[in-house]
Design a protein around this ligand. Structure first.
Ligand code: NAD
Length: 263
């Protein structure tokens, strides 16, 4: 299937590793040029070099903290200086810390809102005028299965992802007449550094092992295994494509069947 992504410009946030990196790789393999950002300069440079070598794509990397509005403005500005436009925006960010309600201060809540909600709003604000002008755009937010079914011990993530979902669903209606789609992809348990760390943290709390914690997750997943970042990225690439022109306002799981709800 030709996804029609050749020559398009994609901005992928938080893309030095994990899901963001997998999405960046997939879009570049489909012929898109990239702007990627993350906080750590070394990992970002390595990722950009890897993708350039593997795909021949133009990849511009910008060191930026998604909790900072000036940094976000800088990422968008760089995309416009280098490419003159952004056709596809993939919002993503580090996951907020785990823990129950009592574990998180007011500042921790504010930080989760900044990193996982305000960044989505501000990245969108930066790219939307150009998309409207060209009457074509794709906005894809990385949220979580927690939107459909909250995950215990992740109260910050559960709360803030729901807000992103409300934002996206409303925006989808506003921008649909401009040929712009807005969708969310909800990863289930996917094999990234964050999930390795979550397994280790749970194991330390419960005096078990990371393998045992992973086995608990796998027992809740009909496919009985964690997802691979590339499986997640394939869904994002489809939603970014020309072929997905009539899908908007949706939240699509890539979770091996973890969400048990009908809708
Ligand atoms: P990860 O920790 O492996 O990668 C996160 C990426 O975000 C890295 O590139 C990191 O450098 C970057 N990053 C972190 N904080 C940043 C900041 N303030 N500014 C800029 N960049 C920043 O995580 P992942 O597993 O790839 O998850 C990505 C997102 O998806 C997270 O929000 C996570 O909570 C969510 N999610 C992941 C899973 C999963 O199973 N992997 C499941 C549900 C939701």
């Amino acid at each position: 299937m030709d996804l029609g992504l050749s020559g398009k410009v994609a901005l992928v946030a938080a893309a030095s590793r994990g899901l963001g990196r997998a999405v960046a790789e997939e879009l570049a393999h489909e012929g898109a040029h990239l702007v990627i950002c993350a906080r750590g300069a070394d990992a970002l440079r390595e990722t950009a070099a890897f993708i350039r070598a593997a795909t021949g794509a133009r990849v511009v990397e910008v060191v930026a903290d998604l909790s900072s509005m000036p940094d976000i403005a800088r990422v968008v500005e760089r995309a416009h200086t280098e490419f003159g436009r952004v056709d596809v925006l993939v919002t993503n960010g580090g996951g907020p810390p785990a823990g129950p309600f009592e574990a998180h201060s007011a500042e921790a809540w504010a930080e989760a809102v900044r990193q996982n909600l305000v960044s989505v709003v501000e990245l969108t604000r930066g790219v939307l005028p150009g998309m409207k002008e060209r009457r074509w755009g794709r906005i894809i937010n990385v949220t979580s299965i927690a939107v459909k079914q909250p995950v215990d011990n992740l109260i910050l993530s559960n709360s803030v992802r729901a807000a992103v979902t409300g934002f996206a669903r409303t925006l989808a209606n506003e921008v649909a007449p401009f040929g712009i789609t807005v969708n969310n992809v909800m990863p289930g348990y996917t094999r990234t550094q964050r999930v390795v760390e979550l397994a280790e943290r749970n194991a330390a709390l419960k005096h078990t092992s990371a393998d045992a914690e992973r086995a608990v997750w796998e027992s809740q997943i009909p496919m009985a295994r964690l997802g691979e970042p590339a499986e997640f990225a394939a869904m994002v690439a489809f939603l970014a494509s020309d072929r997905a022109s009539y899908t908007t306002g949706a939240s699509i799981p890539v979770d091996g069947g973890w969400i048990k709800a009908l809708l």
